[in-house]
Design a protein around this ligand. Structure first.
Ligand code: ADP
Ligand code: TRP
Length: 334
């Protein structure tokens, strides 16, 4: 489906990803990278500085996310893997895009509007604590995308609007110069990835504090899995698996055969909550075993990762430069 497409995936290095991030975003992005004609996979560190002001925290975030993608199987021969801040052409392109970005478009952006809403709820002035980086976030994101003639951007639902803004800005520039200077990207939302619930049954999300960190230590993992909500029905009582949270999470990680085994056990009253929690624990450990080992390797051999990121930047920069020169030629009439 993506064999003839340039696909671009961006990820903010803020916080250790959780199991649902892995299953819902990281794993599919890596798989898509293997199919695409070209795949750009980058760490959006300029986006992160709007919120993260402590350099040590930022570095740790970048390091973790880089190691996680590599550990989970990103193939750097196929995917161009880089840090946004290593590509100075991106902020240069952003500056040109600003001149074609209506301020009203930024006013409507979700990230900005959500911050304003939060301020209003707290009785603070609308723009309290909002910096220009956050306000103009979608223009930088448009440059990330447009710099590489991207065809498709796989995103979660919350990012769809940002890809649409990139399309709008590219469309405005193309219309103004009456030539196809910038490729208008499509977004792709993976509809059939089920929403994975967290420990309390709501969507697993860092904002709810109900997550299972992707590489939690086995002891910590056990504690979390055993904290998943259950009820006081006895084991012998036949249960509908779909109504049981542990089973819902299990479905996202276990093979079909294993899922059936748990479902049958619950229906027949042969498996208690302790059993199914241990089954879930084993499934998570199995799903993440190899990548956890690789993750630990990369974290303790970060100079190798650094080398890969530098290689990626060396591949990405000429591509972004091509776009930048094309834009400058048009804008300045060179
Ligand atoms: P969070 O809700 O923890 O802040 P993000 O919004 O940063 O997570 O999510 C990043 C990506 O991870 C999303 O675009 C989505 O693809 C995936 N994701 C997040 N939470 C879930 C979930 N509960 N189930 C499935 N996928 C998820
Ligand atoms: N805004 C994205 C997020 O919060 C991260 C991101 C930055 C991105 N630039 C991008 C995603 C370009 C896709 C394409 O998750």
């Amino acid at each position: 489906m993506f064999e003839d497409k340039i696909v671009l995936t961006g990820v903010k290095p803020t916080g250790h990803p959780h199991l649902a991030n892995y299953l819902g975003a990281i794993k599919p992005a890596i798989a898509m990278g293997k199919q695409a004609k070209q795949h750009n996979m980058f760490i959006a560190d300029y986006h992160a500085i709007n919120a993260v002001k402590d350099p040590a925290v930022l570095q740790q975030g970048i390091k973790e996310i880089a190691c996680i993608y590599l550990a989970c199987g990103l193939d750097t021969d196929k995917s161009i893997f880089y840090r946004q801040s290593d590509i100075p052409e991106i902020p240069e392109i952003t500056t040109i895009l600003y001149a074609y970005t209506p301020k009203g478009l930024m006013n409507k952006s979700h990230a900005y509007k959500a911050s304003v809403d939060k301020n209003r709820e707290a009785g603070k002035p609308d723009d309290d604590g909002i910096n220009m980086g956050l306000y103009t976030y979608p223009t930088l994101m448009a440059a990330d995308i447009l710099a590489f003639d991207t065809d498709v951007v796989p995103v979660g639902k919350d990012q769809v609007q940002h890809v649409e803004i990139a399309r709008d800005i590219a469309g405005a520039i193309n219309a103004h110069y009456n030539k196809p200077l910038l490729k208008q990207p499509e977004f792709s939302v993976e509809e059939n990835i089920a929403l994975i619930p967290g420990l309390d049954g709501r969507k697993m999300s860092k904002s709810y504090g109900n997550v299972i960190p992707l590489f939690a230590e086995p002891k910590e993992l056990k504690k979390l899995v055993f904290a998943i909500q259950t009820d006081s029905r006895p084991m012998e009582e036949p249960k509908d698996p779909e109504g049981i949270l542990v089973y819902q999470i299990y479905k996202a990680v276990a093979s079909v055969a294993k899922q059936q085994e748990m479902a049958e056990g619950l229906k027949q009253g042969k498996l208690g909550y302790g059993h199914i929690k241990n089954m879930l624990l084993d499934a998570i450990l199995e799903e993440t075993k190899e990548s956890r080992e690789k993750y630990e390797y990369y974290m303790s051999h970060f100079s190798e990762v650094e080398g890969l990121l530098e290689n990626g930047a060396a591949k990405a920069r000429p591509l972004a430069r091509r776009t930048l020169e094309r834009l400058k030629d048009a804008v300045f009439g060179r």
